[in-house]
Ligand binder design. Structure first.
Ligand code: G6P
Length: 452
């Protein structure tokens, strides 16, 4: 689609994983941007197992659109190809194995005193193995059925999935995360100023990024932000662990604001203890908590009297998701030359990484796509960690693409949070066993040294 041109009959937005509880967030964004994005069709696609959720979401989507007085056709079904055909933008937000698989991802690593997390560490590795083959299938559908479409990937682990798609398909894919925008909004809110005047420069990988420069109306305020009490508290107390007492001087030494996923590295052991404590106290893992939130959310969504995004959705972690997604879509569609923080191949922007490695950084976004802004070499304080995690990510992509348990073993071995070969191997065996139904490519057993 050439920049700024509406395809016949307005824009078509396909949502893969349409039955997700986040869909009303996305629809809310479409409604709020109706003046600049002439969306005429929303095609929600999901799998038959999600039939009930998809029906509820489709009903709420139609009510939201009707209430907004917009003329948008909403379709919902299991025919992914039909949803993708002729789409201008395809948003992916699916979860292979659902929250039950996430709960396993979060529990297995704890056995080895490693953080149990949806995207970081072995949990994110397991999710990537389940997700990448499906993401590649979807991307190939997009290539075939909507070759000019932009594929906006929100599916986690977003950076790894985006790297798999950009390296192994020809689909025009951009990865998205809500963390950079959440941080920018949080800084603006704490300072009590209009978020439009706050610009933040990010560098790193998805869920492994640092805000290294903050400007307000063009003036560099990074040092002031770093010592701002409220901002310090926000970051240092993330997860209830890692307060000023745990990390005296961390922000000053770094000179950058770590995104809150860095807490899994900077406060790893304390967070492992915290997770174990939560399980012992019967609160379960985050997946268990999200399952309970979702149950209530879908009850709300099913209420025929509800015709807007309910406040209860804010209990999920995806704040600003639709804003981030639709700001990017609008900058492409309207050929705006705006800067957004996105996940794209580095192409030299971060010279410490391979050109095709996906990075999360500021990008210039216009009708030709998202172009990363040159960052120069990474500072010594973060370069090692970024390269270490990127090596793990690339091995994970290779393992998922080939269905190769040997490469999967190397990926875990390369992860900075996995201490050694014996644990890497046991973890992998546990993960492959627990995910057997979702990893058809991994039937060949792991080799022993005695195997030739
Ligand atoms: C953050 C992350 C998302 C993640 C979400 C989890 O916003 O950026 O990638 O999916 O948190 O939230 P949840 O409510 O599922 O724990």
């Amino acid at each position: 689609m050439p920049p700024g041109r509406v395809c016949s009959g307005g824009l078509k937005l396909a949502v893969i994983g349409g039955g997700s509880s986040y869909t009303p967030e996305l629809v809310d964004g479409v409604i709020r941007r109706a003046d600049e994005l002439p969306v005429k069709r929303i095609a929600l696609a999901d799998i038959p197992d999600s039939r009930e959720k998809l029906d509820i979401i489709a009903g709420l989507t139609r009510r939201m659109i009707q209430r907004a007085g917009l003329d948008i056709e909403v379709t919902a079904g299991f025919d992914r190809e039909r949803a993708i055909s002729g789409a201008d933008f395809v948003v992916t937000q699916f979860r292979v194995g659902g929250l039950a698989a996430r709960a396993q991802d979060e529990r297995i690593p704890l056995k080895y005193n490693i953080i149990g997390q949806e995207t970081t560490g072995p949990g994110g590795f397991a999710k990537a193995l389940r997700t990448i083959p499906v993401a590649l299938d979807i991307a190939r559908d997009v290539e075939r059925l909507a070759p000019d479409a932009w594929l906006i990937n929100f599916t986690n682990p977003s950076g790894i999935v985006t790297e798999a798609v950009t390296r192994h398909t020809g689909a025009r894919c951009i990865g998205l995360c809500n963390v950079p925008m959440s941080m920018q909004r949080m800084i603006a809110a704490r300072l009590g100023i209009d978020p439009r005047s706050v610009k933040v420069e990010f560098v790193g990988l998805n869920h492994l990024s640092w805000a290294r420069r903050v400007t307000v109306n063009g003036t560099d305020v990074t040092r002031a932000i770093l010592s701002h009490d409220l901002v310090r508290r926000e970051f240092e107390h993330a997860g209830g662990v890692g307060g000023a007492a745990d990390a005296p001087g961390l922000l000053d030494a770094l000179g950058m604001i770590p995104s809150y996923y860095l807490r899994y590295y900077y406060f790893h052991d304390a967070l492992v203890e915290d997770e174990k404590r939560q399980i012992q106290e019967g609160r379960g893992t985050r997946a268990d908590q999200v399952m309970a939130i979702e149950k209530e959310l879908f009850k709300r969504y099913a209420d025929p009297g509800l015709s807007e995004k309910p406040a209860e959705l804010s209990q999920r972690g995806g704040a600003w998701y639709s804003e981030a997604a639709l700001a990017c879509v609008s900058a492409i569609y309207n050929d705006r030359d705006e800067v957004h923080v996105l996940n794209v191949p580095s192409r030299g922007a971060v010279p410490d990484l391979p050109d095709d490695a996906v990075v999360e950084t500021n990008c210039l976004v216009n009708g030709t796509g998202a172009h990363p802004v040159a960052q120069g070499p990474l500072p010594d304080s973060i370069r090692g960690l970024v390269q270490h995690v990127k090596a793990y990510e690339r091995l994970t992509v290779e393992a998922a693409v080939k269905g190769d348990a040997g490469v999967a073993y190397l990926a875990l071995l390369a992860h900075p949070l996995v201490p050694g070969a014996a644990i890497a191997r046991s973890l992998l065996e546990d993960i492959l066993r627990a995910n057997a139904g979702h990893l058809p490519g991994f039937e060949k057993p792991l080799k022993d040294n005695k195997d030739s």
